[in-house]
Design a protein around this ligand. Structure first.
Ligand code: URA
Length: 264
């Protein structure tokens, strides 16, 4: 009796995590071929790769440790494609567009929000709604501009339904993308926008009020916490505090730039 597809996937350690998507005929055939005992050579990669109809390579959902390792080895084009194709958590089901991040891939400044809202989900770009306009004004106030020495990203790349906070499992699946972005950008300073971003980056529960005004460490990169622009739109008194945070960030950046320029 020939082995079923599930038997083979289980044997390869790919079941039940493996999810079928867009399976083209040639891969379907090779599985049937393997199932009938005529399998050819084992694939060179431990991670199975599926050729999508678009021609892009994408991986099925992997166990988290394998996923982290795979994403950690990606360069920009592969990383962008992987985010665009991602189905690792339930958020993909409700998205229109993934929101990878935008800006200068060699930026000194990295601003991190929590996740796309409705406008971002439609446009595929972070912070393009009302909060985004305020963020652009905040950037302008410290003589920065989206895309010029500035990169903007989010903790999760797909919109959580009704703009709820992302769940822990959604963050766990998505944060390897942000880690890789940060590793490649190598910003001098990260600005966490709001509590959800800060708490998920720092991995400890705290209020924005208690985290502001300090230089935190995010995997070796200095990080400052301020209020989320959407919160500032609703809470005018905090705008003055956000301005203090921006001034603190500018001073911190100057210190980091001069430390980098100082002879060793
Ligand atoms: N809020 C966020 O945290 N990120 C966005 O991209 C938009 C709104």
């Amino acid at each position: 009796m020939s082995a079923s597809r599930e038997d083979i996937l289980q044997e390869l350690g790919l079941w039940p995590q493996w999810r079928r998507r867009d399976l083209p005929a040639e891969i379907e055939n090779s599985l049937e071929h393997a199932a009938s005992g005529n399998a050819g050579e084992a694939p060179a990669r431990s991670t199975p790769v599926v050729q999508k109809k678009s021609g892009a390579l994408t991986s099925p959902v992997l166990p988290l440790d394998q996923r982290v390792a795979e994403i950690a080895g990606m360069e920009w084009p592969q990383l962008k494609q992987s985010v665009a194709d991602c189905t690792a958590c339930a958020l993909h089901k409700g998205r229109n567009k993934t929101v990878f991040g935008v800006g200068d891939e060699k930026a000194e400044w990295l601003f991190v929000g929590e996740g796309p809202g409705a406008d971002e989900d439609i446009k595929g770009e972070p912070f393009v709604g009302q909060g985004g306009k305020l963020l652009d004004s905040m950037l302008a106030a410290i003589k920065l501009k989206r895309g010029e020495n500035v990169y903007i990203a989010n903790v999760v790349k797909c919109r959580p339904p009704n703009n709820r906070n992302p769940e822990a499992d959604e963050v766990a699946q998505c944060e390897p993308y942000l880690h890789r972005q940060i590793e490649m950008i190598r910003p001098k300073l990260i600005i966490a926008l709001g509590k959800v971003a800060a708490v998920n980056l720092l991995k400890r529960e705290a209020s924005v009020a208690s985290m502001r005004g300090k230089i935190h460490d995010y995997r070796g990169t200095p990080m400052i916490v301020t209020y989320h622009p959407a919160y500032l739109l609703r809470s005018l008194p905090e705008k003055a505090r956000a301005w203090e945070d921006l001034c603190f960030a500018v001073e911190t950046m100057k210190g980091l730039q001069s430390a980098a320029a100082a002879p060793t």
